[in-house]
Design a protein. Structure first.
Length: 315
C-alpha cells in the first residue's frame, strides 16, 4: 500500500491544501506589501539612477588618474593625499569652514533676535512686514542674489556711494576684488540669504512655546533678556539645531553665489570645495582629483552634521 505524504500549504501561499481540499490565496497583508512596493519602485529607481549610481562612480573615479576621455590610470590614494598637499584644494576646505560663521552662526544668532522682536509685534503691520522683508532672499535664486550683490559691492556701487556720502570715502574699495575683503564680502551674501530662513523657522518654534511660561517669568520680575534666556532659548533647541544643520550644509557645499560673484577670486581667496571640484573636473580635466575632493567633502559634511542631529534627538 503506497503512502503519500501531504505537504501542508504555508500561510500566505496560493494553492490547494491537500488535506482540507481548500484553496488558499495570498494574505491581504502580503498583497498590501506588494502594492506598496510597486508604488515606491519608481522613486527607488530614480534614486538609484541619479543618486546612488553617481555616488558609487564618484568613489570609483577618485582612485584613478583620468581626464574624462582617455584611458584611466590607477592612482590609489594619491588623489586624496593631493587634497591636503595642494595649497589650492586645502585652502578651499579652510574657506568653507570660515564661511560657516557667515552662513550659519550669524544667521542663527540674528534670526533669534529678529524672531523675538517680530513675536512682540506679530499682531501689527511691523510683524508682517518683517517676515516678508526677511524671507525675500529665500525666494530669489542664489545666482540672482550673487548678481545683485556684485552690483552693490562694485566700485561705483551702493556701499561705496553710501561711504562717500557720509564722508568715509577713504574706506571705499572694490570689495570683491580686494584680497582682504573678498571672502567676508561673499560670506555676508550667504548671511543675507540664510537670515530669512532662520528667522521664519525660529519664529514658528516660538509660536509653539506655551505663553504661560512667559507670563510666569514676568511675574517673577524677569526682564526681556532673562525671558529670552530662560524661556525662548531652551524652547527653540530643536529649531536651532535644524537651522544650524541646514545652514552648515549650505556653507560647506556653497557654489552658485561664489561662482557668480567672484568665481573663486581674487587669486584663490574665495575658492570653496564645490567650486574647486568644478574647476578640477571640467576645466582642468582632473576627474580623479575632483572626485576625491567630492568624496572628502561628503564625509566632512557628515562629520559635522551627525553630531548636530544627535544633539537634536537628545533634546
Amino acid at each position: 500500500m503506497a503512502i503519500t505524504d501531504a505537504v501542508p500549504s504555508r500561510a500566505g501561499q496560493s494553492g490547494p491544501d491537500e488535506r482540507s481540499g481548500i484553496r488558499r490565496y495570498p494574505s491581504r497583508r502580503g498583497r498590501a506589501n506588494w502594492a506598496a512596493l510597486l508604488w515606491v519602485l519608481p522613486a527607488l529607481i530614480a534614486y538609484g539612477t541619479f543618486e546612488l549610481y553617481p555616488l558609487v562612480q564618484t568613489i570609483r573615479f577618485s582612485f584613478y588618474d583620468w581626464d574624462g576621455v582617455g584611458p584611466a590610470t590607477w592612482a590609489g590614494l594619491d588623489n586624496y593625499a593631493g587634497v591636503f598637499t595642494n595649497s589650492e584644494q586645502f585652502a578651499s576646505i579652510e574657506h568653507a569652514f570660515i564661511l560657516i560663521i557667515f552662513f550659519s552662526v550669524l544667521p542663527v544668532a540674528l534670526g533669534l533676535v529678529a524672531a523675538s522682536i517680530i513675536r512682540e509685534a506679530r499682531a501689527g503691520v511691523l510683524g508682517t512686514l518683517g517676515r516678508v522683508v526677511l524671507f525675500i532672499p529665500q525666494v530669489l535664486p542664489l545666482a540672482a542674489a550673487g548678481i545683485i550683490w556684485t552690483w552693490i559691492y562694485a566700485k561705483d556701487g551702493l556701499i561705496n556711494g553710501f561711504l562717500t556720502a557720509i564722508g568715509l570715502g577713504k574706506l571705499a574699495t572694490d570689495w570683491l576684488a580686494n584680497f582682504s575683503t573678498a571672502l567676508p564680502a561673499v560670506g555676508l551674501i550667504g548671511c543675507w540669504v540664510s537670515l530669512g530662513f532662520c528667522t521664519v523657522l525660529l519664529l514658528s518654534g516660538i509660536s509653539k512655546i506655551d505663553p504661560t511660561l512667559y507670563e510666569a517669568v514676568r511675574l517673577d520680575g524677569a526682564g526681556r533678556y532673562q525671558e529670552f534666556r530662560a524661556v525662548t532659548l531652551p524652547g527653540l533647541r530643536r529649531e536651532i539645531v535644524v537651522a544650524a544643520s541646514v545652514t552648515v550644509i549650505a556653507a560647506l557645499s556653497s557654489f552658485d553665489v561664489i561662482y557668480v560673484a567672484t568665481n573663486g577670486g581674487p587669486g584663490y581667496q574665495t575658492i570653496v570645495p564645490g567650486l574647486e571640484i568644478y574647476h578640477l573636473t571640467f576645466t582642468s580635466q582632473q576627474v580623479g582629483a575632483g572626485s576625491a575632493l567630492a568624496v572628502l567633502l561628503t564625509l566632512l559634511i557628515l562629520v559635522v552634521i551627525l553630531p548636530l542631529q544627535r544633539l537634536a534627538r537628545e533634546s
